[in-house]
Design a protein around this ligand. Structure first.
Ligand code: HAM
Length: 426
């Protein structure tokens, strides 16, 4: 029996990895432009961190964590998300007291969910967290930043921003009380998960996908009617700011998020192009998180984008992976050291060039076929004639121009003009 990848763990083929890189580069430039600093967080944390902050009654903690005992008998967990670890990091490193911090991070997260397209047991997130600002302007900034990443990737138009407010914990408690009272009347008609949640985590019943539960929910109390006046004003102000900045959004009172640490603003970015796994980014405010961790009262807000889902979206938009610039062919192994030397010099002089040297033994015709299918713009050819005359031939693979032969000593200058000022050639 061959050994296969562990279920739910994705192999990223070069085309997919290139899309991840593209997303990373776009996000990196946006974070930089908003003054967010990149940080590195451990993949493993103490299990208690997630139990305490994400919440014991959440799906993540109840049934999705990869939790192990290490050799010392300590319970450790592969992080299912980044916010709890980021708060721990900021608090432990003394970065929170009387300070405003804007951080971003990326990396793999692990959840033992049922794998399907867009849902994996190891998946990649890009997240941003901002600590120290209680006012809605930072909510707007975080959301505008997230929007800019999507815009830079050409995805605006495919993704919708959905907004909700969860209020403070008192308003949520009184809403929960009335919700449970209402739903208890219909308990036997609710789906099994919702029946269980009625006791453990009633807010999650709001986003149940079961049709009967959804019908019952139509007449249920509405969370927005219970908002405390401060949360209401915060939410109104955020909506005004987003509107004035020209960012469209829809209100979705069903958004409660699957993690317990949120209060006030919560949001999700969804798409119609990915079927059931429609949420490509999610986030919100978590003003009690640092305190729950044992630190001082510190407001916070953030979001995380799911790279795997964004990559699926970009694939559907027939995103093109970057092709090599040059494919270098030569008939026999005896020319190869000269070929490698020329390629090395070219890379020294024009570091941005991507050059594939045809290594191994194959006929020139087969090599030219490979050059063509690689997508390279030109083929450099070093055959017997060229080598004896100190020359090199250039075949244009994507345009009708005649093949040219130049001195090997001139190839860097030629390529630099060709690739940097293409319009001067023809
Ligand atoms: P989350 O909504 O659990 O939030 O995850 C954020 C994003 O990660 C989702 O919108 C989705 O795109 C992606 N994602 C989640 N689970 C999977 C999976 N199994 N497979 C593929 N992609 C997945 C959080 O994790 C919060 N920490 C976000 C946050 C940051 N809130 C405040 N700051």
């Amino acid at each position: 029996m061959k050994i296969q990848a562990v279920r739910g763990m994705q192999d990223l083929l070069p085309e997919k990895k290139a899309i991840f890189r593209l997303i990373d580069e776009a996000a990196r430039s946006v974070f930089q432009s908003y003054g967010y600093k990149e940080i590195g967080l451990p993949i493993i944390e103490e299990t208690g961190l997630f139990e305490r902050l994400v919440g014991r009654a959440t799906d993540i903690v109840e049934k999705e964590m990869y939790t192990f005992q290490d050799r010392n008998g300590e319970s450790i967990t592969l992080r299912p998300e980044g916010t709890a670890g980021c708060a721990r990091f900021a608090e432990q490193n003394g970065l929170l007291f009387n300070q405003i911090q804007r951080f971003w991070y990326q990396g793999p997260m692990f959840r033992y969910e049922r794998p399907q397209r867009g849902r994996y047991r190891q998946f990649e997130q890009l997240g941003a967290e901002c600590f120290g600002i209680p006012t809605p302007d930072i909510d707007a900034e975080i959301i505008l930043l997230n929007a800019r990443i999507f815009r830079l990737l050409g995805l605006d138009g495919d993704i919708t921003l959905e907004l909700n407010s969860l209020g403070n914990s008192e308003s949520r408690e009184s809403f929960k009380y009335d919700l449970v009272e209402y739903l208890t009347r219909y308990k036997s008609d609710l789906d099994i998960d919702s029946q269980r949640r009625l006791i453990a985590n009633p807010l999650r019943i709001l986003d149940s996908k079961d049709p009967t539960t959804q019908t019952i929910m139509l007449e249920a109390p509405k969370l927005l009617d219970y908002l405390d006046s401060e949360s209401k004003a915060h939410f109104e102000s955020l909506k005004t700011m987003l509107g004035e900045c020209g960012l469209d959004f829809v209100l979705n009172p069903k958004i409660v998020r699957g993690l317990d640490y949120y209060n006030k603003t919560v949001f999700e970015w969804t798409t119609k192009l990915l079927g059931a796994q429609a949420t490509v980014s999610g986030g919100g405010r978590y003003d009690n998180l640092v305190k729950q961790l044992g630190g001082r009262d510190t407001p916070g807000i953030g979001f995380a984008v799911g790279l795997d889902r964004l990559a699926l979206l970009l694939e559907q938009k027939s995103y093109e992976v970057k092709k090599p610039d040059i494919y270098f062919v030569s008939p026999e192994l005896k020319y190869r050291s000269l070929v490698l030397c020329i390629a090395e010099k070219l890379k020294d002089q024009i570091p941005s060039l991507s050059i594939i040297v045809n290594c191994g033994e194959s006929k020139m015709k087969a090599q030219m076929k490979k050059a063509d299918s690689s997508g390279a713009r030109i083929a450099l050819i070093l055959g017997e004639d060229e080598s004896s005359e100190g020359k090199i031939s250039i075949k244009f693979l994507r345009e009708a121009s005649e093949q040219v032969t130049i001195l090997q000593s001139e190839v860097a200058e030629y390529c630099s003009k060709y690739f940097c000022k293409e319009d001067t050639f023809g």
